[in-house]
Ligand binder design. Structure first.
Ligand SMILES: [Zn+2]
Ligand SMILES: [Zn+2]
Length: 357
C-alpha cells in the first residue's frame, strides 16, 4: 500500500468487499512490477492515497459478480489496466483503450462505478489503475480480467499485461506494420524488446535497434534485431536502407532528442510511433518541414490494444514459440519484500515479479 509520495510501501491487512456488477474477485498468484508503479511512488503521476499499488499480474477467479459472462470461478486470468465499458463513444469506434467511462474513475483510483472495494475502518483505500495487483486478493472489472489457458505458467501470465501488450500492440494496432517493412526501435527495455519480437513475427525485412547500454545489445539481438546501435545514427540508418530511411520508427524513450531523431530516421511518408511515456509537462520543438515530407507521428497508448482480444493472441504466439517470454523476469520477491523489489528496479531496471504466500 502506498500511503504518501516517496514512502516505502506498507504491507498490512485491509478489508476488501465483494465484487459488484460486472466485477470479479481474483486471488493473485503472481504480480509484475513496472515502471509506472515507480512513477506513482515518486509522484510523476499523481493519485489519491492510500492506494493498493500494482497494475500487472495473474491469478485465479474466486467469485464473479452479477452480469459477468466471460469468467467463472477457477478461471486462470491475466489482469490488465485497460478495462473498457464496451458501449461509449470510443468503445463504439473500436478504440476500447481510450474508453472514457472506465478511464475517468480509474484515474481517480476508483472502479467504473466510482467507488472502491478496499477500505480500512470507514476510510476508502484507492485502487491503482483498476488493478491493484500487489494484494493477495483484488476486485477488478470484467474486461480488465482476461481468461487464459491453464497451461500458461503464472511466471509468463503475470508479466504480459502491460509492457508486452504495449510493444506488440504498437506494431500490430498503432502502426499496422506490413510484412517486408524496415523499422527502427529506440530503447531496448521491456517494451522495446516486445516491439522487436512483434516486428519479427510480422515479417519485417530489417530491424535496427538503439540502446546506449552496450550490455543490453546481446539481449536485443536475441530478440530479433538485425543491427544494434548505441545511438540513433542517421548515417548508419540511411546506409542500411539504401539511403531512404526506415518505414517505421518506434520511439520507446519519447524525449525531444529521440522523437526528433526518429522523425529524421524515417523515409518520406514514414511513420514514427511514440510508444514511450513523455513527462506530462514536456514541450518539444520539431522541424515542421518533416510533415511536408508527409512523415507522421502517431500516438500509441497501451499499443492501442484491446486486452480481451490481444492478450490471448500474444499468448498464442508464445505457445507457438514465436514470442519469447520465458526468463522475462529478472527476479522474484515475496509481497513482504516488495520494497526490495522496488529498489532492484530503481537500481538495475528489468522486470521483477511478486509472489504471495
Ligand atoms: Zn467505453
Ligand atoms: Zn506498466
Amino acid at each position: 500500500m502506498l500511503e504518501s509520495r516517496n514512502a516505502p510501501l506498507s504491507v498490512r491487512e485491509v478489508s476488501l468487499s465483494e465484487p459488484r456488477e460486472r466485477e470479479v474477485l481474483v486471488k493473485m498468484e503472481m504480480a509484475g512490477l513496472c515502471r509506472s508503479d515507480l512513477n506513482a511512488i515518486v509522484g510523476h503521476t499523481r493519485y489519491d492515497m492510500p492506494l493498493v499499488l500494482g497494475h500487472e499480474g495473474a491469478g485465479t477467479v474466486v467469485r464473479a459478480g452479477r452480469n459477468v459472462t466471460s469468467l467463472k470461478e477457477g478461471d486462470r486470468v491475466v489482469l490488465s489496466w485497460a478495462a473498457f465499458c464496451g458501449d461509449c463513444f470510443f468503445c463504439n469506434k473500436g478504440l476500447n483503450h481510450q474508453c472514457h467511462t472506465v478511464a475517468w474513475p480509474r484515474g481517480k483510483g476508483l472502479l467504473p462505478d466510482w467507488t472502491t472495494r478496499f477500505s480500512e475502518g470507514d476510510k476508502p483505500i484507492f485502487h491503482f489503475n483498476g488493478v491493484s495487483s500487489f494484494s493477495e486478493y483484488t476486485v477488478v472489472y470484467e474486461t480488465g480480467c482476461v481468461k487464459v489457458d491453464d497451461d500458461i505458467p503464472f511466471e509468463v501470465a503475470s508479466v504480459v499485461g502491460c509492457s508486452v501488450v504495449t510493444g506488440i500492440g504498437a506494431v500490430y494496432n498503432s502502426a499496422g506494420v506490413e510484412k517486408g517493412s524496415t523499422a527502427l526501435v529506440v530503447g531496448g527495455g521491456n517494451v522495446g524488446i516486445s516491439v522487436i519480437q512483434a516486428l519479427k513475427i510480422k515479417g519485417a525485412a530489417l530491424i535496427i535497434a538503439v540502446d546506449p547500454k552496450a550490455e543490453k545489445h546481446t539481449l536485443i539481438k536475441d530478440a530479433g534485431a538485425d543491427i544494434v546501435l548505441s545511438d540513433i545514427s542517421i548515417d548508419e540508418i540511411r546506409k542500411a536502407t539504401g539511403g531512404f530511411g526506415v518505414d517505421y520508427a518506434f520511439d520507446g524513450v519519447a524525449t525531444e532528442e529521440t522523437l526528433n531523431a526518429s522523425l529524421a530516421a524515417v523515409r518520406r511518408a514514414g511513420i514514427v510511433v511514440m510508444v514511450g511515456y513523455p513527462h506530462p509537462l514536456a514541450k518539444y520543438s520539431v522541424q515542421p518541414i518533416e510533415f511536408h515530407l508527409e512523415k507522421r507521428i502517431v500516438g500509441s497508448l497501451y499499443g492501442s490494444s484491446n486486452p480481451v482480444r490481444d492478450i490471448p493472441r500474444l499468448l498464442d504466439f508464445y505457445k507457438q514459440g514465436r514470442l519469447k517470454l520465458d526468463g522475462f523476469s529478472s527476479g522474484s520477491y515475496r509481497l513482504e519484500e516488495i520494497n526490495e523489489a522496488i529498489k532492484a528496479l530503481e537500481n538495475n531496471g528489468g522486470k521483477y515479479t511478486i509472489t504471495f504466500n
